[in-house]
Write a protein that binds this ligand. Structure first.
Ligand SMILES: CC(C)(COP(=O)(O)OP(=O)(O)OC[C@H]1O[C@@H](n2cnc3c(N)ncnc32)[C@H](O)[C@@H]1OP(=O)(O)O)[C@@H](O)C(=O)NCCC(=O)NCCS
Length: 148
């Protein structure tokens, strides 16, 4: 298994993994992310977008938005937007490898802190994973959205 930077040609495979991962979807009505925004995330210079790749397929990905990278702040935050591993490849350390590489890249971009919204329904798999990576739990919120 290799971890590499995502490329525009990965879009279709990655978007399909996103659609097939219900935990990524926060809205009742909208998809986990619109295709055009997702495609932009792959090439955004202020994003770290990595994929886990076996010889034949992509098994997971991580996307973090380094939104404060160029800001004159003492603490510069990145948002861990998505982390997903295909069900048949979980508990093999793939998410951990993706996250460790992502953290390295974010540090290189000058990021000092990372936060994320973690799904607190179901088996809490992502919460346990993040605690294992030394994230601390904050408060819980309910996602709300409205089409304008
Ligand atoms: C959460 C997720 C990314 C973890 O991927 P993974 O490759 O299976 O994680 P790893 O194998 O690297 O796990 C590392 C450690 O995290 C913890 N962990 C991971 N999944 C866990 C689970 N379901 N329950 C409890 N602990 C878990 C364990 O401590 C694990 O170490 P161990 O297997 O030696 O006990 C994966 O389950 C997933 O894609 N879930 C659906 C998508 C999701 O919820 N994404 C977050 C929203 S953006």
């Amino acid at each position: 298994m290799d971890v590499r930077t995502a490329a525009p040609s990965d879009f279709e495979a990655l978007y399909q993994i996103g659609l097939a991962t219900p935990e990524l979807r926060v809205s009742q009505t909208e998809q986990f992310m619109d295709p055009d925004e997702f495609a932009y995330a792959i090439v955004n210079p202020l994003a770290v977008f990595l994929v886990a790749q076996t010889e034949s397929e992509i098994t997971g990905f991580i996307y973090a938005h380094a939104k404060d990278a160029n800001k004159p702040f003492q603490n510069r935050y990145a948002c861990l937007v998505y982390l997903a591993v295909l069900p048949g490849f979980r508990r093999l350390g793939i998410a951990r490898q993706l996250f460790v590489r992502c953290e390295e890249r974010l540090r290189e971009l000058g990021i000092t802190h990372i936060y994320s919204w973690a799904n607190s329904e179901g088996d809490l798999g992502i919460v346990h994973f993040m605690e294992q990576q030394q994230f601390l739990r904050g408060h819980q919120y309910v996602w709300m959205d409205k089409k304008l």
